[in-house]
Design a protein around this ligand. Structure first.
Ligand code: CP
Length: 340
């Protein structure tokens, strides 16, 4: 296994080709383990993983907790609605409380961009060894989702050897609310790093022009881009023009809870223009898989019948792959921690 240099996982903008290879290799190994029965790996025995979700989640929190347990870690779940946040305690002080109780890993989701990064910096300043895994912050980043989507795509293209190379020269279409999507941002870093091009599609209000240059400059503080040559990003507002070029399509949820202005006045029209269904997929040159990170607005982003068509739709597969992907991340972080 390649050397792992990430003490915290906040963003995919600073992931190298070797990092993607390590995560996909390990995910594939963990995915091949029997899923049922009491068998656990001892890798995280004696470690405490705390899941601090200040924003709702079904998939990410549960799969991080299952992943941690499968690696024999102890797991502590934080429930914001019954916590001392309601008495005025800050997010950072809440997190530091879990560190004081012995947490080795904090898995953090927050509605505000940069909370996981601020927390990681606070821990470094305090000389703590606890690591932070970003489970989704505001519009910024959702690295474990980007990695499980990458694994799902690679596995679709080469089920026996799902590696970053499987995506080379492919075109991945991402359709929907790009503007508010941290999943889209993490996927842009991951997919272009593997040499695939991305087509972003949706109404102009949800797919601003500046996304075309999204991967050209890593965010401040992350250093130079470790990827020598990335795939390109193209914007196409008409789905019927984008679909014939795509090797896979990922629909994204309309994030109405994050829309501050009336960016979308007509949901029926959105569904007509950008909702995926079997009929629209007939525009593709060949059968292509459909992904969605979930939760799905059923019948809006994807028709019910397409969502339930397991021969095309990989949504369940993505959920399943979330567990071994998160096992891989926890394992790599624990391994790097033991080495330091
Ligand atoms: N995809 C995703 O982050 O889902 P949850 O909000 O259910 O965790």
């Amino acid at each position: 296994m390649n050397k792992w240099n990430h003490r915290h996982i906040i963003d995919l903008a600073n992931f190298s080709q070797r990092d993607y290879t390590s995560v996909l290799e390990l995910t594939h190994r963990f995915r091949s383990l029997p899923q049922s029965g009491a068998r656990k790996l001892p890798a995280l025995q004696g470690r405490l993983v705390a899941t601090l979700f200040f924003e709702p989640s079904t998939r990410t929190r549960s799969s991080f907790e299952l992943a941690a347990r499968k690696l024999s870690a102890d797991v502590q779940t934080f429930n914001p609605s019954s916590s001392s946040l309601n008495k005025g305690e800050t997010t950072i002080d809440t997190a530091l409380t879990y560190v004081a109780m012995g947490a080795d890993v904090l898995v953090v989701r927050h509605r505000s961009t940069n909370v996981p990064a601020q927390l990681a910096a606070a821990l470094e300043d305090a000389g703590k060894r606890t690591t932070v895994l970003n489970a989704g912050d505001g519009l910024h980043s959702h690295p474990s989702q980007g990695l499980l989507d990458l694994y799902t795509l690679a596995h679709h293209f080469d089920p026996l050897n799902p590696s970053p190379i499987c995506l080379q020269n492919k075109k991945i279409l991402i359709v929907g609310d790009i503007l508010h999507s941290r999943v889209a941002r993490s996927n842009l870093w991951a997919i272009t790093a593997c040499g695939a091009d991305v087509i972003l599609c949706g109404p102009p209000s949800l797919v601003p022009k500046d996304f075309q240059a999204f991967v050209e400059a890593p965010p401040p503080g992350l250093g130079p881009d470790p990827i020598r040559k990335r795939g390109k990003i193209e914007i196409e507002h008409k789905l019927e023009k984008a679909l014939p070029k795509a090797d896979a399509v990922m629909a994204l949820r309309l994030q109405q809870e994050r829309m501050r202005e009336n960016l979308l006045s007509d949901i029926d029209r959105y569904q007509r223009d950008y909702g995926l269904n079997h009929e629209k997929l007939n525009l593709c040159k060949q059968p292509i898989p459909v992904l969605h990170p979930g939760p799905v607005n059923r019948g809006i982003e994807i028709s019910s019948s397409l969502l339930e068509d397991r021969s095309i739709c990989l949504v369940e597969e993505q959920v399943r792959n979330g567990i071994p992907t998160r096992m891989a991340l926890l394992y790599l972080m624990a391994a790097s921690e033991s080495a330091t």
